[in-house]
Each structure stands twice: as C-alpha cells, then as structure tokens.
Design a protein around this ligand. Structure first.
Ligand code: KIV
Ligand code: ZN
Length: 385
C-alpha cells in the first residue's frame, strides 16, 4: 500500500542562504503562496533569530499561507527557540525545527563538547520547544558522518523528549546512496520508539548524490523529504524537489505518493529562478531548458515516431507545453519535415531531399535555425525549381 510522503520545502531557508539569492519579505510571501498552490506540506520559512528580516518573513508567511505547516529553524538554544515560537505566533499550524551537530567533527571541533552533553542539549531543546508547539522536529546535523550507535541513541532520546519528526541530514553531501539508506535502515531497526516519529531526509548535493540519497532514504523508511525548488541551497545545493517528486511518480515500486500538483512544477521553478536571480542550468533534470528538447537525428526520429521512445515523462505532467525538436546540423529529415509541416509546407521525396541538403549546409554554419531560415530555404528551392 502506498503511504504519504511529506514534502518539506526549505527553499526559503536553506535555499535562501545562498549568496545573491536573498529575497525580501514580499517576495518570500509570493514564493510561499506558490509553494502552497503546488501542494507542499511543510514550508520552512526561515531562521527567525538570524535577523529581524527573517523574523518578519516567518511571521508574515504564517499569516499569508493556510494549508502547509509553517516551520521555523532554531539552534538547540533557548533564546532561538523562544524567538522561533514568537515568529510562528500567527501560523495555523506551526513547527519548530531545532537540533545540534552529531558527527565527531561537529561534536569535537565545532561544539567542543562531548557526546553525552550533545544528547542532553538535544533533549533539552526538544522539551523546551514542546512548551510552545506540539510539532517539534529535531535535526541531527551532519548525521551523514556520524557514528551509527550514537545517532541511534540521540534519536531515541529526542523522541522520548517529544520530537514528532527526526531529521537525518547529510549536511556535507558526503554519503553514497547505499550508505545513506543504511543510516535510515539502522534507525528503523535499532531505535525502539522510532515509529512514534517521522524520519526525514535532508541531503546536500556536494557529490551530486542528493536526489539518489533522498530516494534511498525513502526506500528504507523515511517519510518526509526536505527539498528545494531547482535544488538551490548551500554550496552545491539541496535535494531538488522536482527530481524527487517525479522519480517517485515515475517508479511505482517506491511505495509512497506525494500531494504535489506536478503541472505547477515548471512555473514554480521559473518563479524561484527569477526572484532569486539564480538561472537554472539548461540540462537540469525536469525543469532545465533542454529537459524535453531533442537534438540528434536518431532521437528526433524516434520521438516523432513515438514520444516514449526517448521520453520517460510527458512534459505536460510538469507543466511544459510540449517537447521540442531542435534543428541542428545533427538533425535528420524527420525533424526537418516536422518543422516544415508546422509551417504548412508539405515536402516529400526528392523535394524534401534537396531542401534537407541545403538545410545541412546552413546548419553547419549557424547555431539556431528558426522559422525565417526555413522559409528562406524553401523559398530558394521554389525559385530554383
Ligand atoms: O544541512 C543541514 O544539516 C541543515 C540543518 C540545519 C537542518 O540545513
Ligand atoms: Zn541543509
């Protein structure tokens, strides 16, 4: 039976930390409303203690958005938690996301602490946050490089303290999919009270593994994924929402579903890219300019015979009108004919062959062949024959 996978979007928190991507409160509200329309379950709206602007944004998003849970980040520090709770005052459903570093690196070099103290601080933070909200998520920062037994211990304790969601970040994007899946499996198998909380994935993309790790986490029992639109986020970014959602939709063997209204994906991607001034790479999966563009002759011929020869997703499913057949010097006759037909020019046999020869000469010298070029080519042929 398919289970619900909770989509936790952190575009406005982890995504917005990227230099040059900062948004003002009004822009954040526009993005939050687009995320609500898209069907996101939880919006991480910001880190209220970090600045007055972030505080205001969390507060205003809480007022402007009704359906998703609004989440505010805090460290495992009382003042942070109080400020997060204050910023969430107007949220219909508010969540505090608190946590602490759990890897040997973080414990020793960042927090200069001991494992026992880290557990105590994590537990205290969760208990303190529960005074303000019923929904408390605990993040075990750098869990991807943590020691498995310690991770199980702290997760067991924070669930006892009242955590409703336990987030297992691969903060440095270090894990391979098998390793990340094994971390989630180990929590499922060794933490006695694990079923009292939802396990969340939170993967970074330093090795280009964020989506694969997230899917592996889901296959091993995680039921919340923390993602951003276009995969924006610290360094090489966070897991991209559109990739995870479409991977799940495309593979029925993964026993979960999401409530994302997928035809809204493309326009949400464009909105975030525009407001954050962050271009989407052309070959980006799902939302890149070339994600549904076919340029080699063999592929173009195949896709024109049957779309699914070279496409695993119908572009309409993600809000892209149609696939494109790009005319280049690698295009074949089928592609040229397809474009001529669209212009109302019906050429077959010898006529098509002659125009195609002329087309190849032009395409070798020019990158983009457009409508005007084709009409000129056909015009020349008509004049000559
Ligand atoms: O990557 C990370 O560990 C985080 C936490 C603050 C959740 O972003
Ligand atoms: Zn992160």
């Amino acid at each position: 039976m398919s289970e619900k996978l909770w989509i936790f979007d952190t575009t406005l928190r982890d995504g917005e930390q990227v230099p040059g991507c900062q948004l003002n409160t009004q822009e954040k509200i526009v993005v939050a409303q687009a995320l609500e329309a898209l069907g996101v379950d939880i919006i991480e709206a910001g880190f209220p203690i970090s600045s007055p602007g972030d505080f205001l944004s969390v507060q205003e998003i809480s007022k402007a958005v009704s359906n998703p849970i609004i989440c505010a980040l805090s460290r495992a520090v009382e003042k942070d938690i109080e400020v997060a709770a204050e910023a969430l005052k107007y949220a219909k459903k508010g969540r505090i996301h608190t946590g602490i570093g759990v890897s040997p690196f973080h414990i020793q070099f960042k927090l200069r602490s001991t494992p026992e103290d880290i557990i105590a601080r994590g537990v205290a933070a969760v208990k303190f946050a529960r005074r303000f909200v019923e929904d408390v998520e605990f993040y075990a920062e750098d869990a991807g490089r943590s020691e498995p037994e310690f991770l199980c211990r702290i997760i067991e304790e924070v669930i006892k303290a009242g955590a409703t969601v336990v987030n297992i970040p691969d903060t440095t994007g270090y894990c391979l999919p098998e390793q990340y899946g094994a971390i989630i499996a180990s929590l499922k198998n060794n933490v006695p009270n694990i079923d009292k909380a939802i396990i969340a994935t939170h993967c970074h993309n330093d090795l280009g593994m964020a989506t694969a790790n997230t899917i592996s986490g889901v296959q091993h029992g995680a039921r919340q994924v923390e993602v951003t639109i276009n995969g924006i986020g610290e360094r090489a970014g966070n897991t991209s929402m559109e990739e995870v959602v479409m991977a799940i939709k495309s593979h029925k063997s993964i026993p979960v579903y999401t409530d994302i209204d997928t035809p809204k994906i493309y326009k949400t991607s464009r909105l975030v890219s525009k407001l954050m001034n962050m271009p989407v790479q052309p070959n980006k999966a799902i939302v890149g300019r070339n994600a549904f563009a076919h340029s080699s002759g063999i592929h173009q011929d195949g896709v024109l015979k049957h779309r699914e020869n070279y496409e695993i997703i119908d572009p309409k499913e993600v809000g892209v009108d149609e696939s494109t057949i790009v005319l280049t010097a690698r295009s074949g006759r089928a592609a040229l004919k397809h474009h001529l037909d669209a212009l109302g020019v019906d050429l077959e046999g010898e006529e098509l062959r002659v125009v195609y020869e002329a087309f190849l000469v032009l395409a070798d010298s020019k990158r983009d062949i457009g409508r005007k070029d084709l009409l000129e080519l056909v015009g020349k042929y008509m004049d000559e024959s």
